[in-house]
Design a protein around this ligand. Structure first.
Ligand code: GTP
Ligand code: MG
Length: 403
């Protein structure tokens, strides 16, 4: 199939929003489609029926007549506005930013829970848009907005969709419960978790790979990662789980964040979060967007600011002083980052030397899940252990004679 050509209509109110416009191109490419051009439209007053004014629409209709393009409206449209715009533009397929992002999510979702979430988000978004559209959806004939797990449902009736949404909600609730159990077990076992969070395409997955030797997909695309992935990382004998997460985007529609809240929350009940930014990009905006998004999620872990891709920044350029500068690609700064992670976690953990006499082995075994052992040496009477334990549980180890 030839790649779908997508033409952007970029509405703006006042001042130029160039980031959003450039991002729209990246989003189109991330969806596997081809960018076909942009019209910027200054909007002074939103027309409730068509968003844009009649004069402007006529101009656009003339411009696009005869072209085989899908129109991306780089903003959010109401269901009625989508239908009306499509008609006014001579029946062209019109999608908005949310539909496009959902489409990318659908392409990326791999875990069963991720797929369920995308499907539910797509159906919730489509449901009000089905009203009175008759055959409109089947006319779309493939491409953006029709892909993903929701695809087969699009042509079924609303009642069907309602019951499908209910069933998805139930499945997700069950998955959430399971995940909750997993998290509390992890906590009980004293497994430390570090989350990689940040703006999309800043190199979170590349950093996960560089630190852990994992082989997670990395890509110059928006939302390359959708499902959180965890890998074990050992620094100086201390083990923990490093979790990669979905990237954030400025002006990500609120209900999309809602949809991914639950997967994110599991990663966000972490002991430490690395906020990854692109040192060669608009890192202030990336950091602020990330912090704002996290603020809405009951997030309270300590954070480390990481400026990635520092290989792309000319020497001498000043980066925020509180940041650790790294290049996941070249390996620069990774040792400093590891040390910073270790130090931040060590505040919450203590290194101890224990002596466990053989008769006390069972007692120690019961506490073993809390312990990260660094070295164990046996003698006739028992085991000499060097280990790291959570500060809050330190009292439980007081029975073992210190060396
Ligand atoms: N020059 C340079 N490029 C990098 C570096 N780290 C990552 N990249 C590139 O940046 C692009 C995005 O990397 P990813 O690791 O997929 O980014 P991500 O933050 O996981 O992105 P999403 O999952 O889409 O949110 C890829 O093309 C990487 O090769 C780096 O340190 N230097
Ligand atoms: Mg990624």
């Amino acid at each position: 199939m030839n790649a779908e050509n997508v033409y952007i209509i970029h509405p703006y109110a006042r001042g130029a929003e160039d980031v959003l416009q450039e991002e729209a191109v990246a989003l189109i490419e991330s969806a596997g489609a081809r960018y076909a051009g942009t019209s910027r439209v200054r909007v002074r007053e939103i027309d409730p029926a068509t968003y844009l004014g009649a004069g402007k629409i006529a101009e656009l209709a003339a411009l696009l007549a005869g072209l085989d393009v899908t129109v991306l409206f780089n903003g959010e449209l109401s269901p009625a506005q989508t239908v009306n715009l499509s008609e006014a533009l001579g029946g062209k397929k019109v999608i908005d930013r949310t539909t496009l992002i959902l489409d990318i999510f659908a392409l990326r979702a791999e875990s069963s829970e991720g797929k369920l979430q995308v499907e539910l988000a797509q159906l919730r978004y489509l449901y009000p848009r089905l009203k009175g559209k008759g055959g409109a959806l089947s006319r779309l004939g493939g491409g953006i907005g029709t892909r993903g797990p929701g695809e087969t449902q699009l042509e079924t009736d609303r009642r069907h969709i309602r019951s499908r949404m209910r069933s998805l909600e139930e499945k997700l609730a069950a998955a959430k419960k399971r995940r909750g159990l997993q998290t509390s077990r992890r906590k009980k076992d004293g497994v430390r978790t570090v989350a990689l969070v940040g703006y999309t395409n800043t190199g979170k997955s590349t950093l996960l790979n560089a630190l852990t030797g994992a082989d997670v997909l990395t890509k110059d695309a928006l939302f390359a990662t959708l499902d959180p992935t965890s890998r074990k990382l050992t620094i100086d004998g201390m083990d923990f789980l490093l979790t990669d997460t979905v990237g954030f985007l400025r002006d990500l529609p609120h209900h999309l964040i809602e949809a991914f809240r639950s997967t994110l929350e599991s990663a966000l009940t972490c002991d430490l979060a690395l906020i990854v930014c692109d040192a060669g990009g608009d890192y202030e905006m990336q950091r602020n967007t990330t912090l704002e998004t996290l603020r809405g999620m009951d997030f309270s872990a300590p954070t480390i600011l990481v400026m990635n891709k520092c290989d792309t920044v000319p020497a001498g350029v000043r980066l925020p002083r509180d940041a650790v500068c790294v290049s996941s690609k070249c390996g620069q700064g990774l040792d400093v980052l590891k040390q910073t992670i270790f130090d931040a976690l060590e505040e919450r953990f203590v290194a101890v030397r224990l002596y466990v006499p053989y008769p006390a082995a069972a007692k120690y075994a019961a506490l073993r899940p809390l312990v990260t052992e660094r070295s164990v040496r046996y003698d006739d009477g028992g085991a000499h252990i060097e280990a790291v334990i959570p500060r809050e549980h330190a009292a439980k180890f007081e029975d073992f004679p210190k060396e």
